[in-house]
Write a protein that binds this ligand. Structure first.
Ligand code: SF4
Ligand code: SF4
Length: 301
């Protein structure tokens, strides 16, 4: 069993061809720019869409734990009391309360995937594990990858790299492509903006590269955090030193996902950030290309 928060079909941004992307809940990082905050917590959660609320109070009456409330601005959840049972969402006819995340078996996920095999075959696509961080639910990730390989489905793993090497060792044979996130090379800044050290992330990247795995490095371009020339040069230098790398994707910062913070009653920590200009992206691309790196700009949501 794993907790999955979305299965997105016909994706064209998470690896080659047409893909099905499975989004896992749970992530050890807390990147300030995260556009999938519903993927951070490893468990189901209640999200609120206040504008939809018709103030019927059905949720308040249905909640067995006294956690569902109705405030002036709409529905509220007293998070420390909420047991995430979902009762309030079942009675909300306006869908102002919704549960994010569902427990699924490998067989259930595969049942959703298998119908799309003809699209994968036609387009050179497959299945991508994303999140959250898929490796936060390692055994399930391995089971799903193995099930895909049994069906000869191309697999991609979108990972932040923050896992033990033993984890990578166990599943790397079932991964056709690593979509490996790299935010910052500077250890102090990495800790400051993601909440964890990048030591393990860099070591795993190096180890995968040494073993000849297909790796696409993905760099989110975040204004004021890693979009300066020096920071991109550090990333370029590290990428160019790897024994094997298939390319770099720059992912420009965007605002999609900011509303999710409100729905989860979380605070978005980069309220003033603006997407980088085309000129900025061109400048950063030029720096990477000067190191002989194949660069692509990908707008990923
Ligand atoms: S999920 Fe359950 S405990 Fe939480 S607010 Fe809804 S009904 Fe109450
Ligand atoms: S059940 Fe839904 S619509 Fe009714 S008060 Fe609660 S959140 Fe609002």
């Amino acid at each position: 069993m794993a907790i999955v928060f979305d299965i997105r079909k016909y994706s064209i941004h998470d690896g080659p061809g047409i893909r099905t992307t499975v989004f896992f809940k749970g992530c050890p990082l807390r990147c300030r720019w995260c556009h999938n905050p519903e993927g951070q917590f490893l468990g189901v959660e209640v999200i609120l869409r206040s504008a939809r609320c018709i103030r019927c109070r059905a949720c308040v009456e249905a909640c067995p734990h006294g956690a569902a409330r109705l405030g002036e601005a709409g529905p509220e959840v007293q998070r420390e009391r909420c047991e995430r049972c979902g009762e309030c969402t079942l009675v909300c006819c306006a869908e102002a309360r919704q549960i994010v995340g569902r427990e699924m078996t490998v067989a259930q996920v595969m049942a959703e995937i298998e119908g799309d095999i003809p699209f994968y075959d036609e387009s050179g696509g497959g299945v991508t594990l994303s999140g959250g961080e898929p490796l936060a639910q390692r055994d399930f990730a391995l089971g799903l990858l193995e099930a895909c390989k049994e069906k000869e489905i191309h697999t991609a793993l979108d990972t932040c790299g923050f896992a033990t090497w033993d984890t990578f060792e166990r599943l790397r044979a079932c991964v056709d492509l690593f979509l490996y996130d790299l935010k910052l090379v500077d250890a102090e800044k990495h800790h400051q903006f993601t909440g964890v050290s990048n030591e393990r992330i860099l070591a795993n990247l190096q180890a995968l590269s040494q073993r000849g795995h297909k790796i696409l490095l993905r760099v989110p371009v975040i204004p004021g955090i890693n979009d300066d020339a020096e920071t991109i040069r550090q990333i370029a230098s590290l990428a160019a030193s790897l024994p094997h790398l298939d390319g770099i994707e720059l992912l420009p910062y965007h605002h999609i996902g900011v509303d999710k913070y409100t729905r989860l009653n979380k605070t978005y920590l980069l309220p003033d950030a603006q997407p980088p200009s085309e000129e900025k992206m061109a400048e950063l691309t030029y720096i990477l290309q000067a190191y002989g790196l194949p660069v692509k700009i990908e707008v990923k949501t």
